[in-house]
Write a protein that binds this ligand. Structure first.
Ligand code: ADP
Length: 363
């Protein structure tokens, strides 16, 4: 088999569309997957302008991009993986992911475009988001009513309960709280990925927020016999955040720190300032996290150990939500931890002065 035939055979087995075009935008080759994706035979498109495979609005710009690229070497697509739309022979538009690289052939630039049809992936994403949102809403209503009824029973408003039943009501109520935390996490994740979270950004004194976070979580700490302490020094520095969402971030760090600390221990909150930023640290002396697990931690549904969920409760969504919330408000998150040595989780926001607010709008 000649080398070129061999290469063609390889190209034709690839699942992604691979299209090469010359510097003036004409298609030079079109592999089998491209034929399947776009609905054209290679013989119909080779020699034609690649704009044929794009929606009108983009096709007009593409020639200009090529010309600009030839002049400046700067491209909008090369080395990135943007999501664009492709146009099939039937005229249908569909979502694609494209990456383009440039090679030089006989002194002439050739662009190699790798095209992935992401129609199915998009549809699945949409279905998943709708499913989560429906299920979460449908779960929330009955759950609110169950926990309302149980709270009423426990409150003695209906007369005292026999101790055995009171104990059962406690268990039921605790599990209601867990279930609604899970539903809220699922709703948050869904809203974050579809960009539906709105932020009420305001100036807040960092240390005020930190002491509020401690107050909010002291009760939770008590149930685990873990103290929550703030080490503050009275600084007046301010950050620009949505208060509720910021407290949610610290609340997640604190509740994890509490859950993974031994009884009688303390969790400490501290703020360290640099010129440009305030870093809020939540420090525990609990179990710590093994190095090889570090990469996964801020990903969705990651629990270091599946026994964690039984030991400590939780959904594995908390840190993913935390990271996303912080980033959408212009902050960063991170942690240091060693197995057996405790963990320090932190979130960092730029220090702001009130006249700079315009540049700090959340994404
Ligand atoms: P969950 O809602 O299950 O707590 P998170 O995303 O908040 O989910 O945390 C994911 C996992 O990271 C936890 O299940 C635990 O294994 C680990 N983890 C997080 N914080 C700590 C901590 N302070 N100490 C030890 N392990 C932690």
């Amino acid at each position: 088999m000649a080398a070129s035939e061999f290469n063609q055979a390889v190209l034709d087995t690839v699942a992604d569309g691979i299209i090469t075009i010359s510097g003036d935008g004409r298609i030079r080759s079109f592999n089998k997957a491209s034929e399947r994706i776009f609905g054209y035979r290679a013989s119909e498109v080779v020699g034609k302008n690649v704009a044929l495979l794009m929606p009108q609005s983009y096709a007009m710009r593409h020639d200009r991009y090529l010309a600009a690229y030839a002049a400046s070497g700067q491209s909008k697509v090369i080395n990135e993986r943007p999501e664009l739309e492709g146009k099939r022979k039937s005229g249908d538009l569909f979502p694609i992911e494209v990456s383009v690289t440039e090679v030089s052939h006989a002194g002439e630039p050739i662009f190699v475009g790798v095209i992935r049809d992401i129609t199915d992936r998009k549809r699945m994403d949409r279905m998943k988001a709708e499913f989560i949102s429906t299920v979460s809403h449908e779960l929330r209503t009955p759950l609110t009513s169950i926990s309302g009824a149980l709270s009423l029973m426990r409150s003695n408003a209906l007369g005292g309960l026999p101790p055995k039943i009171e104990h059962l009501v406690e268990i039921a109520l605790r599990n209601c709280t867990r279930l609604s935390a899970l539903v809220n996490d699922l709703l948050d994740i869904e809203k974050l990925s579809s960009g539906k979270v709105t932020y009420q950004m305001e100036f807040w004194r960092v240390e005020k927020l930190v002491s509020d976070a401690v107050d909010d979580n002291i009760g939770f700490g008590e149930t685990f016999d873990v103290k929550i302490l703030a080490e503050l020094n009275g600084s007046e520095h301010e950050i620009y955040v949505d208060r509720q969402r910021f407290l949610q971030i610290l609340g997640n760090f604190i509740s994890n720190a509490v859950k993974f600390s031994p009884k009688g221990n303390s969790v400490r909150l501290r703020v360290s300032y640099t010129n440009a930023a305030a870093r809020i640290l939540v420090i525990d002396q609990g179990s710590g996290i093994a190095k090889e697990k570090h990469d996964r931690l801020f990903k969705r549904f990651s629990q270091v150990d599946s026994s964690d969920i039984r030991k400590a409760g939780g959904t594995g969504l908390g840190l993913a939500i935390t990271k996303e919330l912080a980033e959408q408000m212009g902050g960063k998150t991170g942690f240091d931890s060693e197995l057996g040595q405790g963990s320090t989780f932190w979130v960092e926001f730029p220090l702001v002065s009130r006249d700079k607010v315009a540049v700090l709008k959340p994404r």
